[in-house]
Design a protein. Structure first.
Length: 180
């Protein structure tokens, strides 16, 4: 699970594809979700308008059906006559006993609300960045790499941030993302 240390810029959106939490993403206007942008994985080498994706916290009771996390595609007031009663012993869809925002290395399914952050410091666990000996150096420049994960920027021309620290004990990496 990626952690936010300091935050400057946050934007909400809806995932347009499954996105691993802590991945680098871009915001795309699609008109599908009213006023919310569609969030997609950033292409390798993208420099401008790059954000880090996070699962949004929730206050749902547990167990929570998966459908409650999807962005609802309706406008106006719901008609109570359209509501249906469900028997939780037979009609219950797969759900979560704890909030997805606290699960480690969670993949956010397509259609879910997502929080996009930049301009702060972010701690990534192993598997949430493309590890290499060079990326572990404090001050190393990082870019959007394979699978939209943070990677070491050897040339320094596609940088979206820098390494703040690498923690040897747990293999985590703390990076800063530029606020553009």
């Amino acid at each position: 699970m990626a952690h936010i240390s300091i935050l400057d810029d946050a934007v909400g959106g809806v995932t347009g594809a499954s996105i691993k939490e802590g991945s680098l993403v871009t915001l795309n206007g699609s008109g599908l979700h009213y006023d919310l942008p569609t969030v997609l994985n950033a292409a390798s080498g993208t420099v401008n308008d790059v954000f880090m994706a996070f699962t949004t916290p929730d206050r749902f009771p547990r167990p929570t059906p998966v459908g409650m996390f999807k962005y609802q595609e309706y406008a106006g007031v719901l008609n109570p006559r359209d509501a249906t009663e469900h028997d939780l012993t037979t009609d219950f869809e797969a759900g979560y006993l704890i909030g997805p925002s606290v699960l480690p290395t969670f993949t956010i399914p397509s259609g879910w609300r997502v929080a996009c952050h930049r301009g702060g410091y972010y701690k990534l666990l192993p598997g949430e960045f493309n590890d290499s000996p060079q990326i572990r150096a404090v001050g190393a420049k990082v870019k959007v790499g394979a699978n939209s994960l943070i990677s070491w920027d050897a040339a320094g021309n596609a940088s979206v941030g820098t390494v703040r620290e690498y923690n040897v004990s747990d293999g985590s990496l703390t990076v800063s993302l530029k606020e553009l």
